[in-house]
Design a protein around this ligand. Structure first.
Ligand code: DX5
Length: 220
């Protein structure tokens, strides 16, 4: 089943609670919270306080996408804040196995994100410890960027890699430039969770209509 995962980066923060509840009512599968430190990515956004606030607004599973250096220093903090899935970047974890064990010890699901230039095979040996692979379809840091089509083969490779090993319970999630034009392509390549920020919180239509159109486009 294809899940839509709104990213609150593009939400109206003057009414964040409402926007989260609108996404839940619209049938979103999860909510993604984009944590950026201005060091790993050239932007500073939000931290555990926002996870705590969103936790109070919805019963949907929350993904904390840590676009930060030294994520190992913050795993317990985001776990205690209410994240259900903690996503770290392969590029920030020279000791990835240790960080994945740390997330599991905190009782959370593990996610590993790959920037466009990071190959999928880097994760092969860690698959038994991974619940979600996040293929970044843009260079992380900002919403509203154009989809990078060269990432499509990576989505296919990720799906083939987990299928070959019979680990089909691992989610393949994509993030960046996902909209009604790109949704079907990423699903056909093997993604089952679609993160969308500006396509959902686009201010031209209701969140409900945006999620409905995106889901229709993804399954068309
Ligand atoms: C960017 C974030 C994405 C972003 C997606 O670094 O990780 O989640 O919010 O935004 P859109 O869907 O607008 O590309």
């Amino acid at each position: 089943m294809i899940g839509i995962v709104p990213s609150i980066l593009s939400a109206d923060f003057t009414r964040l609670g409402e926007q989260v509840r609108e996404a839940e009512t619209a049938g979103a599968q999860r909510i993604q919270i984009d944590v950026m430190d201005g060091h790993f990515v050239p932007n500073i956004t939000m931290g555990p306080m926002v996870v705590e606030a969103v936790r109070r607004c919805t019963s949907l599973p929350l993904e904390a996408h840590l676009m930060i250096t030294n994520p190992q220093d913050y795993i317990e903090t985001f776990a205690e804040a209410g994240a259900d899935v903690i996503i770290v970047h392969q590029e920030t974890c020279p000791h990835l196995h240790r960080v994945l064990m740390q997330i599991k010890k905190a009782g959370k699901q593990t996610g590993v994100a790959l920037n466009p230039s990071t190959p999928v095979f880097m994760l092969e040996d860690m698959l038994p410890f991974i619940d979600l692979i996040l293929v970044m379809t843009i260079s992380p840091g900002f919403g509203g960027q154009d989809f990078v089509p060269e990432t499509l083969p990576k989505i296919r490779q990720a799906r083939e890699m987990i299928t070959r090993r019979g680990l089909t319970n691992i989610d393949i999630e994509v993030d960046g430039g996902i909209n009604i034009k790109t949704a079907a392509q990423v699903v056909n390549a093997g993604a089952n969770l679609l993160v969308a920020g500006s396509a959902v919180y686009n201010k031209k239509e209701s969140v409900a209509d945006a999620v409905k159109r995106l889901r229709l486009a993804a399954t068309s």
